[in-house]
Design a protein around this ligand. Sequence first.
Ligand SMILES: [Ca+2]
Length: 244
Amino acid sequence: MFTTSHDGGATFSRTRNIIDTAPTMFTLQAVSRANGFAQIAIDPRGGAKGGRLYLTWSDYRNGDVDVFCSTSADHGETWSPAVRVNDDPSHNGADQFFQWMAIDPADGAAYVVFYDRRGDPKNRQQIVALARSTDGGRTFQNYAWMDQPFDAQGVFMGDYNGISALNGRVYGVWTQKPENKSSAGSQDRPPVTTCTQLRPLNPNLTPATVRGLHVPGGSGPAANTHDNAFPSLPLTNASGLDIP
Ligand SMILES: [Ca+2]
């Protein structure tokens, strides 16, 4: 549902359905509960380049959970058909979920962070993935934001993921369960950040796709980074990536 206000939030237009989804409450293996709650974002740039609205959510219309995006170039009057953000084959039994989105106000690039289980035939272990669109949400390039998949083993996690972008630098924050630790035991150790490089998730993509990506503190796309940036927040990771 969608509504707009033109008076600073004092009044809102009548709500209306702008896009149909499959149910956005669903059950996934190895997490205590899950949802595909929507986020909305705007390209804040002025002029002809700015103002595009982006809507992202997750649902299981294809049999497994995918991340979707719809956009509006006319202030929400009309919306594009849903675009599948994750670029693995449709209906392959792999869930992508707990997405969050940011638009870089410098260049209008759209970024979506999400968990991705395409690498696990059992559809239990996930990595964190990043999708980037530079064509107004029509297509998304997918990258792996961490190398080592993890099994959440049924913990309560995910709603608190986040992402922010400015001048091509992208920051993601997500929840991750260290391997071989109980939920309680994991409180005893700093978060484990396994983000070492961005690599394309789509096997059809060549390494050149990520050439030019710069990981702070490193020397290119294969550089190691990372910092336990928030050691007081167990299970939470943060990392920044420069994307020119
Ligand atoms: Ca999927």
